[in-house]
Design a protein around this ligand. Structure first.
Ligand code: NAD
Length: 492
C-alpha cells in the first residue's frame, strides 16, 4: 500500500503536525494519483500562528527595510535555483503544463524582485515650512499581522502578489493555501525557512472554511487579502470588513475579447486560443467570450475551430502537451453541464471537447477545447464563469454593440480588443468597464510593477495586489507636524 505524506503547518519557524483529525486528499488531476493528505487545521492552530506573528512583529517592524529585503534577495536566488522543481510540483497538483507552471513561477519571482525595492517604494512625503518654521511629513508604517487566502489555480504565483510586499514593509504574515493544491506552498516555505527569516515572520496554516473563518474573526489580524470565486470574495470582504479589517478580495471573471475585421487574423487566433484554452481555461484572465464584428466572423470562426481541434491535451508533465486537465471531477462535471446547457439554449457546438480519450490517463479530469457558436448574449453560458476550456462565440454589428456587451457583464476583470486601428483601440481602452485591458493581447496580466486591477464583481476593495497598491495596502500612513523652537544656539 502506498502511504501518502501528511502535510505539516509552519508556525513560528517550526514545521508542526496539525492536531486535527480531518484531512483531505491532494489528487493529481491528470492521473488521479493521491499525492498527500492536507490537514483541515483547527482554530487553535490559527491562534498559534497569530500569536507567533504578533510576537515577531515587535522586532520585525524595527528591522531596517534594507535588512528586511536581504531575505527577499536570498529568496529570489532560492526560487531561481528551485524553479524547475517548483514548476513540476505545480503541474503535479494543479494539472497545467510544465511550461505554464514555469511561467507562473516566473511571475512569482518578479514580485519578489519588485518588493526588493521597498526602501524606495515605502518612502513617504514631506514638505518644509507648511507655516513658518513648521514642517510636515507623511510616513508609512506596517499594520501588524496580515493574512492571505488563496485559490487553486495559481498555487505558486498568487501568494506572491502579497507576501513579499507584506513582509518587506515590516508586517508579519500568514498564508492559507487552497486545500486542493497545498504542495507548492510547502516547498516554497522550505525555501523561506532557508532564507533565515526570524521565527513568526511567515506562517503557513493549511485548511479550508473553518480556518478562513477564524482568520476573518481574529482580532489581531489587521489585513486580509483574498483571491478566489466571487461568492466567497463577497463573503470574506463583508465579514472581515465588519470586523474592522483592511480587506482586498479579487473574485471571479467572465472575460470578453472583441475581434474587429481589420485584426491580424493569424495572430488573433493564436493568441485567443492560448487565452481561452491555456491552463485549461482555469485562469481569471482566460478569454471566455469572443465577439466578432462584421467580416471577422467568417475568418475567425473557421481558424479558431481548427486551432482548438489541434490542441494537444494530456498530462502536463509530458513533452508536447499543450493543455492539461481541469482541477477535479466536480469541476469537470460542472463544466460539461454548462456546455450541455449552452447547446440546449440554442448555441451550436462547433467543437465538442467533452469526454476526450486521453491515452494512458483514463482517470484524468480532461476536457478538450470546446467552442460554442451563435451564443445568445443573455444565456447562462454567456454570463456564468465557466473556468474551463470553453469559448463562446457571439457575433455583433459594431464596436459600440460589443462595448455595450462588455459593460453589461457582472464582472470586470479583463476585456481585450483585436484590431489594427489606433482609434478603435483608444475608444475601447477609454470605454470598456474592466480593470485589465488588452489591445492585441489575450491575457492582460499586469507585470509585478503594476497593480492587478479588477473591477465590478471581480474585485472588492480599493487597493489591488502587486506593486505600489500592495505597498499602500500593507502600510498605514502617519502624518507628523513638527515645530522646533530655535533656542539651540543659546544652549550650545
Ligand atoms: P474558491 O473561492 O472556491 O476558494 C478560494 C479560497 O477560499 C480557498 O482557499 C478556499 O479554502 C476558501 N474558501 C472556499 N469556500 C469558502 C467559504 N465558503 N468560506 C470561507 N472560505 C472559503 O476559489 P477557487 O475555486 O479555489 O479558485 C477559482 C476562482 O478564483 C475563480 O472564480 C477565479 O476566477 C478566481 N480567481 C480570481 C483571480 C483574480 O485575480 N481576480 C485570480 C485567480 C483566481
Amino acid at each position: 500500500m502506498n502511504i501518502i505524506p501528511t502535510l505539516p503547518n509552519y508556525i513560528n519557524g517550526q514545521w508542526c503536525t496539525s492536531s486535527t483529525t480531518e484531512y483531505l486528499e491532494v489528487i493529481n488531476p491528470a492521473t488521479a494519483e493521491k499525492l498527500a493528505q492536507v490537514p483541515l487545521s483547527s482554530a487553535s492552530e490559527v491562534n498559534q500562528a497569530v500569536a507567533a506573528a504578533v510576537a515577531a512583529f515587535v522586532t520585525w517592524r524595527r528591522t531596517p527595510s534594507t535588512e528586511r529585503v536581504q531575505y527577499l534577495f536570498k529568496l529570489k536566488n532560492l526560487l531561481e535555483e528551485h524553479h524547475d522543481d517548483l514548476a513540476r510540483t505545480i503541474t503535479l497538483e494543479c494539472g497545467k503544463t510544465l511550461a505554464e507552471s514555469k511561467g507562473e513561477m516566473r511571475r512569482a519571482i518578479e514580485n519578489v524582485e519588485v518588493a526588493c525595492g521597498i526602501p524606495m517604494m515605502m518612502q513617504g512625503t514631506n514638505l518644509e515650512d507648511i507655516a513658518r518654521g513648521i514642517d510636515e511629513m507623511m510616513i508609512r508604517q506596517p499594520l501588524g499581522v496580515a493574512a492571505v487566502i488563496c485559490p487553486f489555480n495559481f498555487p505558486g504565483m498568487i501568494p506572491f502578489w502579497f507576501l513579499p510586499y507584506a513582509i518587506a514593509t515590516g508586517n508579519t504574515y500568514i498564508v492559507k493555501p487552497s486545500e486542493k493544491v497545498p504542495l507548492t506552498m510547502q516547498k516554497i516555505f522550505q525555501l523561506l525557512q532557508k532564507t533565515g527569516l526570524p521565527p513568526g515572520v511567515i506562517n503557513l496554516v493549511n485548511g479550508a472554511k473553518e480556518v478562513v473563518d477564524v482568520i476573518l474573526d481574529h482580532p489581531q489580524i489587521r489585513a486580509i487579502s483574498f483571491v478566489g470565486s466571487t461568492p466567497v470574495a463577497k463573503y470574506i470582504y463583508s465579514r472581515a470588513a465588519a470586523n474592522g479589517k483592511r480587506v482586498q478580495c479579487q473574485g471571479g471573471a467572465k472575460n470578453p475579447i472583441i475581434i474587429l475585421p481589420d485584426a491580424d487574423m493569424e495572430m488573433t487566433t493564436r493568441i485567443t486560443a492560448d487565452s481561452a484554452f491555456g491552463c485549461a481555461g482555469q485562469r481569471c484572465l482566460a478569454a471566455s467570450i469572443a465577439v466578432t464584428i462584421g467580416e471577422a466572423r467568417q475568418t475567425f470562426t473557421a481558424a479558431i475551430a481548427e486551432t482548438a481541434k489541434k490542441r494537444v491535451v494530456g498530462n502536463g508533465l509530458n513533452k508536447g502537451v499543450e493543455m492539461g486537465p481541469v482541477i477535479d471531477i466536480r469541476s469537470k462535471t460542472r463544466i460539461e453541464g454548462l456546455i450541455a446547457k449552452g447547446a440546449e439554449s440554442g448555441a451550436k457546438l462547433l467543437v465538442d471537447g467533452r469526454q476526450p480519450n486521453i491515452t494512458g490517463y483514463p482517470q484524468g479530469n480532461f476536457i478538450s477545447p470546446t467552442i460554442l457558436q451563435n451564443v445568445d448574449p443573455a444565456s447562462e453560458i454567456a454570463r456564468t464563469e465557466i473556468f474551463g476550456p470553453v469559448l463562446s462565440l457571439i457575433h455583433l454589428d459594431s464596436i459600440d454593440d460589443a462595448i455595450a456587451l462588455v459593460n453589461s457583464g457582472q464582472y470586470g476583470n479583463m476585456a481585450c480588443l483585436f484590431t489594427s486601428s489606433g482609434a478603435a483601440a483608444r475608444k475601447f481602452r477609454y470605454e470598456a468597464e474592466a480593470g485589465n485591458i488588452g489591445i492585441n493581447i489575450g491575457v492582460a496580466a499586469p507585470m509585478a510593477f503594476f497593480p492587478f486591477s479588477g473591477w465590478k464583481e471581480s474585485f472588492f476593495g480599493d487597493l489591488h495586489g502587486q506593486s505600489n497598491h500592495a505597498v499602500e495596502f500593507f502600510t498605514q500612513t502617519k502624518v507628523v507636524i513638527e515645530r522646533w523652537p530655535n533656542n539651540w544656539s543659546r544652549q550650545f
